[in-house]
Design a protein around this ligand. Sequence first.
Ligand SMILES: Cc1cc2nc3c(=O)[nH]c(=O)nc-3n(C[C@H](O)[C@H](O)[C@H](O)COP(=O)(O)O)c2cc1C
Ligand code: SF4
Length: 666
Amino acid sequence: MSTTEHLLSREVPGALMKVTAPFAEPLDMGSVRLRNRFVSAPMERNYCEVDGTMTDEYIAYLARRAEGGAALIFTEASYVRADGKGRIRQMGVDVDERIPGIKKMADAIHAHGALVGVELNHGGRTAQGSVSGFVPVAPTPIPCLVVGGEMPEQLDGDDIEHIIECFGEAAARCQQAGVDVISLHGGHGYLIHQFLSPAYNHRDDEWADPTLFVNKVIASVHEHAPGITLGLRFSAFEGIDGGLDAETTRSRIDAIDTDRLDFLDVSAGNYEAGQWIIQPGEWSRGLLAPYSEQYQRDFDIPVGVAGRITSPEIAAQIIESGQANFVSMARTLHADPDFPNRAVDGGRYRPCIACNYCIDSLAAGPIPCSVNPWVGRELDQPTKPADATVRVAVIGAGPSGMAAARDLALAGHRVDLYDERPSLGGDFALASKLHEYPEYGRIVDWYLAELAELGVQCHTSTRADAALLANSDFDAIVLAAGGHGPVTDLPGAQTRTVRDVREFLVSGDPAPEAITIFGADREAAAVADDLLQKGTQVVMIGPQETIAHDVGRRGKIVLLPRLAASENLTTYLSSIVTKVDADRVTISTGGVLSEVDAPGELLISQGVEPRSELLAELRSLAPRLGVHAVGDASGDGGSIHAALVTAADVAVAITAAAAARQEVHA
Ligand SMILES: Cc1cc2nc3c(=O)[nH]c(=O)nc-3n(C[C@H](O)[C@H](O)[C@H](O)COP(=O)(O)O)c2cc1C
Ligand code: SF4
């Protein structure tokens, strides 16, 4: 009996009744049957060619999600006409040339027993000419400031009819390529949503009818791709003043030809309220399920819901309580494609920490994942154990150290992991204490369980240096000691307590009455936010022009307004501290000096420098497979993702070197 079955087993008098987890049940939807209730939600990844053609990398990514057990794998919002393209490497279904790539992708997903879905979309006012090469079009010319603010052209009737035709033709292409399910993107502020919304549809012609466009799109898909399973994704509310609230959305859905649809998929938000599309980790799990409940109850077709469905327990609860028939999961499956299989067999899965680094990277290019260094690199991921196993010491048990130790042990190597602190986790563990990052503790727990199961020998409260390792005969050493704040030589620093912001977190000291932070970067902002929640008065002085300049838009969408609203925060931006006194500091703002109140101790948040001082002495040990620095210790940290990638790559390099040496000596 699997753990899940065990957890869900119920004692009945005289017998143990085995209850199958509700998410493991199949679900009929239109002409297809889902093998379980896990749907890999549409998620733009920027993995296609610039012309929208499918790539082998993207196919490998999607096939890996199919292998992981999800029933239905959606690709992403895919443009049906070139002027609806919103991302540089977004998937296109606009021309017949895309069909072979989509077919190859569909075949790869089918090979793992999953169904394939494509979400048809036109970006409307959110598609920018800088990306698509076309002037954006919209029901009403209202620019979308959050993505560039280009003024769209108002669509005329003929052009609207043409886009409707394009939706149908795109569906036909998908059907021809073997796609099983089409979802129309009716939410998140894209074109269909723009017609539905009073905030973006101010027309006075027949298209003022908010559901005319989507109903004609539904008809067009039926005409061009008869028999294909067709559904609608929509936002249960827009999240902006003057937009669609939950009640008006319901009236819109009532007016849509849902009798011609096979499913509904409930999401939320629009571009101006992105926090409702991709919710921060501070918000509760499964938070949109209360909104999907009425649709599940009142409509005779399967209803799905998205939004921080991050554990088997919350998925089971949503389905069992009748809030939805299936769960749409984006980040959870991005972080761990095996989540569905693990949910069903009760195994361990790698949790998403809701850092939103994936979405914040979308405008720049292919999206990574902070906790999974193999995302988007599935074709390079090692799949078999090492040919020759060796002994490796890993020094430092922060993100990159734990990742290196795990990857090496997974390959079959014998690993000793050292950390001078009494517990493992490094920066992950420090961040997990902060208000902004409540999910970070989950990844530490996951690593601890993985390392234990893989037999990694963990040595806490142990400072590993050359002397300690000298007699241990390690074949390779990985230095993952992280970084430290730069040395401060501020005049007057001796007059008060001055510490690096990380040292403060490590100390575990209680929230003080007042504190001054020199720096306005990610760490400074997160610590300030946390202390403000606890009632501390915070003075923040930063050379940066804005707070948390190194955090992506989504990452600060909730944080910045909260900081701005706090009465206990005083900020001096574009300023540096030049001199420290007991409870005041001198700051220079554009060369102009002034003295300001700076209560409490002074925390320094000026980035990290690699802790690489051990490198030379470790190299003197000359282990036969080398000494390798990873993460912040290598200077390649910068982000959790970058740190984990250096760790994963070093593990691969050590494995390859071990095999090569074996061949040489064989
Ligand atoms: C990087 C990224 C890209 C996304 N792209 C799409 C998309 O193309 N179409 C869509 O309907 N939703 C998209 N979403 C929203 C997700 O499908 C999902 O509704 C949302 O992330 C909340 O679910 P989660 O908590 O499981 O991530 C995207 C989300 C992320 C993180
Ligand atoms: S990047 Fe962060 S939010 Fe996105 S899937 Fe990975 S852990 Fe989750």
